[in-house]
Design a protein around this ligand. Structure first.
Ligand SMILES: [Zn+2]
Ligand SMILES: [Zn+2]
Length: 173
C-alpha cells in the first residue's frame, strides 16, 4: 500500500514559498483518486476523486498541515443490505517533519509535502464502520427476510430489534 502512496503525485505540495516567507500560510487544494480506501463493506471507489483543502504553515523545521478531507463512499446498509452512500468530511491537523518515524508525524522530503498518506488516514478514520441506507431504514424482516422498506410482511416482530439497538448504541458512541 505504501508503494501506491509513494507513486501518487496528485497530492504533492511544494512548500518552497513557505521557506522564503516564514510565518506565511500556503493554501493548497488537491484532488485525485486513492486506491484501496475501504473498511469492511464501505469503500471509496477509484472513480470517486478524494479532495483535500489544506493550509500549510512552517514551524521551525516542520510543516503543520490543517486540512479538510472529503470523499464520497459507497457501501452496504447494515440493516437491509441494500446500497448505502454518503460523504466523509474530516478535519485534521498533522505535522510533517524531516525525521519522521512515520507514525506520529508524516515525512517531509525537502520542500515536498505529500498529502496522500494524510488524506488516506483521514478518510479511513471517517468512513462509517456500519452504514445505513437511511436513518429510518426498516431493515430485513428477521422472520421471513423481506426488505421491510419495500414490503409489509405482517410477521410478528418486536418493533425495535434489540440487535439494532446495540448496533445503534455502538455507532452513536
Ligand atoms: Zn437499509
Ligand atoms: Zn416478515
Amino acid at each position: 500500500m505504501s508503494d501506491l502512496v509513494g507513486r501518487h503525485s496528485d497530492f504533492v505540495v511544494d512548500v518552497t514559498p513557505l521557506r522564503k516567507q516564514p510565518g506565511s500560510v500556503l493554501r493548497a487544494s488537491r484532488s485525485g483518486s486513492l486506491p484501496g480506501l475501504c473498511l469492511s463493506t464501505v469503500s471509496v471507489p477509484d472513480s470517486h476523486p478524494v479532495g483535500v483543502e489544506a493550509d500549510l504553515a512552517w514551524a521551525s523545521d516542520d510543516v503543520v498541515v490543517t486540512a479538510t478531507v472529503r470523499a464520497r463512499w459507497v457501501g452496504q446498509c447494515r440493516r437491509c443490505l441494500g446500497d448505502a452512500a454518503g460523504e466523509v468530511g474530516t478535519q485534521v491537523r498533522e505535522v510533517y517533519e524531516p525525521s519522521s518515524d512515520g507514525e506520529e508525524t508524516y515525512p517531509l522530503n525537502g520542500s515536498r509535502v505529500d498529502l496522500a498518506p494524510l488524506v488516506r488516514d483521514a478518510v479511513l478514520l471517517g468512513l462509517p464502520p456500519a452504514p445505513l441506507c437511511d436513518e429510518g431504514c426498516q431493515g430485513l424482516c428477521p422472520v421471513c427476510g423481506v426488505n421491510r422498506n419495500e414490503t409489509r410482511c405482517g410477521c410478528e416482530t418486536s418493533p425495535s430489534d434489540p440487535r439494532w439497538a446495540a448496533l445503534d448504541a455502538l455507532r452513536d458512541n
